[in-house]
Design a protein. Structure first.
Length: 163
């Protein structure tokens, strides 16, 4: 269970901050800085990152509840909503979802509320990361570095208690 929770938290964190990272890259046509390797990340930073990831869990859960409530307020099941979102993001699945005009209207009506929920959650996550003593940039660098460096990923997983 801890593995899936940690994986979910990490995935959410990446989703929220990937957009910000891409926006920064588009605004600043500089090269992305070199991602840190395991040797570039201290044990203290690993511990701080794990504490931060665990602290982000309640924020993720609150945002998830708000999204589910917003979807259900549009008289749509959350599972159906998720299916349609996946189909809309993956053109190969689009034909499988059979999204009706009425469902598309509901999705369009939901969009502003979902963006508001995401924005609130993102602000809370940023505040939590900074409250825990990390900069957003360093947080992103370590998360992205762990995707590229197996040793860094292993250190992070060890600290998370993932086998």
């Amino acid at each position: 269970m801890t593995f899936y929770k940690s994986l979910s938290i990490t995935a959410l964190a990446l989703v929220f901050f990937a957009g910000a990272a891409f926006a920064q890259v588009q605004q600043q046509p500089q090269q992305m800085p070199d991602l840190p390797s395991s040797e570039d990340v201290t044990d203290e930073e690993i511990s701080l990152l794990v504490v931060t990831l665990n602290d982000l869990g309640p924020i993720e859960e609150k945002a998830q509840r708000k999204i589910e409530e917003a979807v259900e307020a549009e008289d749509m099941s959350f599972n159906r909503f998720r299916e349609m979102m996946m189909a809309m993001q993956n053109p190969q699945m689009a034909g499988d979802a059979d999204i009706t005009d009425e469902e598309m209207t509901k999705i369009q009506n939901l969009q502003p509320k979902l963006m508001e929920i995401q924005g609130e959650a993102e602000q809370e996550m940023i505040a939590k990361i900074e409250d825990n003593g990390m900069t957003i940039q360093r947080y992103q660098e370590i998360i992205m570095g762990a995707q590229q460096d197996p040793d860094l990923m292993q250190r992070l997983q060890d600290e998370l208690g993932i086998e």
